[in-house]
Design a protein around this ligand. Structure first.
Ligand code: G4P
Length: 533
């Protein structure tokens, strides 16, 4: 029986995983896909990474550094729901790409290493989620290893993230003694034993039993900790308040071990129960504020990522389009807010290890739109071309470099290449008001390396990246156009424009920015810019 537009939209959950490197994101991803039947054997995600690394020789860095530079999307079905997992690269240098991916997620899973708790990268990514009010489900991983006390872990979340914690389960100790967890709402026990885990349990939900029936099989001291801890949790900690969760003030907590396939099904069940279906999206419709609902008829979505060279034999780019409403059908014609039209004949859907042609897609889904450079990060696409989403933020770069071609005749060529990479969101390009310098900006050093590599392999350009006369870039805005104009006029040697022509203050250091802000209270010097398309 076919589902209605509303039913299709309602059964989708689009989420990302945030974590500090090594907390277990890859392992959890793999186990989520296993649970969804999207892959058959553990190890396929890593193996696929290997294969991709060996086939795509265009990106030596990816191979050399052994990291995945690009985020991708993985779709799987579990228990009648469709899950779109947006994979964010965990490497800290790639935070900008990660940030942008989070703008396309309705919810995030925060994975913590049970022995380490909140780590620096967790905090950084959490702050982006908070900025966007993205609700968070917490998965405390690696319970099969000696862990911090569960209360201490919850305290860290409460203290460092100012997030109320609502555990749905309580663990029976950790490490060698880890015996499973109790469902705090029903009192049922989910028994864990290393033996069953080693026998290759599939990561569906674990069997629920009466604790009394398995008492002898659990370490006595673990039982004691479980009984004491769970009683305290019931008394002291709140139940999940869905509204508080959706508003980003409270996180449901699940314990488990991804490596041992335990707690993964329960995590998915938590997403099913609490995570939002594709959220209503604020936008401009025919230049008036509007809220788009997931089951509105017209198809609309926004591009949150562009990836070049997914197929090394082609120069095409793929734009990742997050749908927000309507029923997308293959072959549809969509328009950007600027009136560019695209007939989408070969939209891609991303399953675990394969790409397929998407015949239909709904709100929450992400489709890949092959194009020859017409689409940019932040573009809105809709059937009527009358929808504009508040853009994807740009983040002020932390590294600025002057790009210079070794062959001075190639300056124009270089500029085009830098513009193209900037449109893809790899790096940012700033053009100072005076002179002919091209200043590239990146949030992390690796982005500069990636760009340098692509200059050689794709554009055949020998480029020198040298220290720039500036170290800090801030976007400048003001409600008073004359004051902005006057500032730019007076500071020609320290200002320029970004790819969109937006004014940027290029300063020597943060002190200069503070000083300029103090002297010009009517101007706003900002470290992020939302591109309205
Ligand atoms: P990441 O993507 O967040 O960086 O982490 P990843 O999944 O790669 O996991 C990091 C390490 O932690 C891996 O070990 C992985 O096997 C281990 N791990 C993940 N989940 C669990 C868990 O629930 N329990 C235990 N005990 N270990 C876990 P590695 O030795 O670095 O790599 P590998 O040789 O096992 O692949």
């Amino acid at each position: 029986m076919s589902l209605t537009l509303t039913q299709e939209a309602d059964r989708r959950r689009t989420f990302a995983i945030i974590s500090h490197p090594d907390a277990g994101k890859t392992t959890l991803t793999e186990n989520l896909l296993l649970a969804g039947g999207a892959i058959r054997a553990a190890g396929e995600v890593a193996a696929r990474g290997e294969r991709r690394r060996t086939t795509s020789d265009w990106m030596k860095i990816e191979r050399d550094r052994g990291i995945s530079v690009s985020a991708s999307v993985m779709t799987f079905e579990y228990n009648g729901n469709i899950y779109n997992l947006l994979d964010t690269p965990g490497h800290e240098d790639f935070s900008e790409d990660t940030y942008r991916t989070l703008t396309a997620a309705d919810c995030a899973i925060m994975v913590l290493d049970a022995a380490k708790g909140i780590e620096p990268q967790t905090l950084k990514l959490f702050e982006v989620c908070r900025l966007r009010d993205i609700p968070i489900v917490t998965f405390i991983n690696k319970m099969d290893r000696e862990a911090l006390d569960p209360l201490e872990l919850l305290d860290q979340i409460q203290e460092q993230l100012q997030l109320d914690t609502a555990p749905l389960y309580w663990p029976a100790a950790s490490g060698q003694r880890f015996g499973g967890m109790i469902d705090l709402r029903t009192g049922e026990f989910l028994h864990y034993s290393k033996k069953t885990a080693d026998e290759g349990l599939t990561p569906g939900t674990s069997a629920r039993v009466n604790l009394d029936d398995v008492r002898e099989a659990v370490d006595p001291s673990a039982l004691e900790e479980l009984e004491e801890g769970s009683e305290m949790a019931r008394e002291m900690l709140p139940a999940v308040d869905r509204q508080a969760f959706l508003e980003g003030h409270m996180t449901p907590v699940v314990f488990g071990t991804a490596l041992r396939h335990f707690g993964v099904g329960e995590l998915l069940a938590t997403l099913e129960e609490f995570a939002p279906a594709p959220r209503p999206q604020g936008c401009q419709k025919k230049d008036s504020p509007h809220t788009l609902q997931r089951d509105d008829k017209g198809v609309a979505g926004f591009v949150f990522k562009i990836q070049a060279n997914m197929d090394p034999n082609h120069r095409d780019r793929v734009a990742f389009l997050r749908l927000c409403s309507g029923e997308f059908k293959r072959g549809m014609r969509l328009k950007t807010a600027e009136g560019k039209q695209l007939n989408i004949h070969n939209p891609m859907m991303f399953l675990a290890q394969d790409r397929e042609i998407a015949e239909t897609a709904y709100a929450g889904d992400v489709i890949g739109v092959p194009n020859h450079g017409q689409l940019r990060v932040g573009d809105s696409l809709s059937e009527a071309g009358d929808i504009k989403f508040a853009g994807i933020p740009n983040f002020a770069p932390e590294i600025l470099r002057r790009a210079r071609p070794k062959d001075p005749m190639k300056a124009k060529h270089l500029r085009k290449a830098l513009e193209s990479l900037s449109e893809e969101g790899v790096t940012q390009l700033f053009v100072p008001s005076i002179g002919s310098d091209m200043i590239v900006g990146a949030v992390g050093a690796l982005q500069i390396e990636v760009m340098a590599e692509r200059m050689v392999t794709e554009y055949n350009l020998d480029v020198v990246f040298e220290a720039a006369p500036y170290n800090v870039a801030r976007w400048i805005a003001s409600d008073d156009a004359a004051k902005l104009e006057a500032f730019l006029d007076k500071n020609k040697s320290a200002s320029g424009t970004d790819l969109d022509g937006a004014p940027v203050y290029l300063a020597k250091n943060a002190w200069d920015v503070g000083y300029a802000q103090e002297k010009n209270p009517d101007l706003r010097f900002t470290a992020t810019k939302e591109r309205m398309v």
